[in-house]
Design a protein around this ligand. Structure first.
Ligand code: 9YT
Length: 128
């Protein structure tokens, strides 16, 4: 069994800061679980364009307040603590944080570790 402490991840290269957000990568592809798990802080006042064409992501907000706008239909979903959203259609979206938001993010297939969004809000496919 594995036990992972957030404080250890924060002081490692599994702490990935992209400006709008900082992603503490708790479980990664190398852990062979078939998914990855991040504890991510979305910084207050930011808007991030995201489009995970190569991944499915489920996001559970445990702190803070913001919204997600899906770009295919311009629907706006308020996101607050105790709210989960699942990008089951690889939905292209804008994530806006009103306050700092703390999110638990699960990716399938798993992230391998250092991914940051490219100019289209995409994470590359890891086919190694
Ligand atoms: C909620 C969300 O998608 N934030 C962007 C960062 C990403 N979830 C990550 O790598 O932790």
């Amino acid at each position: 069994m594995k036990v992972v402490k957030l404080e250890d991840v924060i002081n490692s290269e599994q702490n990935v800061d992209n400006g709008n957000w900082v992603s503490r990568r708790l479980i990664l592809k190398k852990d062979n679980m078939g998914y990855s798990v991040n504890d991510t802080i979305i910084r207050a006042g930011t808007e991030t364009h995201i489009w995970y064409q190569n991944h499915l992501e489920t996001v559970y907000c445990i702190e803070g307040e913001g919204e997600v706008e899906t770009l295919s239909d311009n629907k706006v979903y308020p996101i607050t603590a105790d709210t989960l959203y699942a990008l089951d259609k690889h939905d292209e979206h804008l994530l806006r944080a009103k306050t700092d938001m703390r999110m638990v993010c699960v990716f399938n297939p798993p992230l391998s570790g250092r991914e940051v969004h490219d100019e289209n809000g995409v994470y590359p496919v890891d086919d190694e």
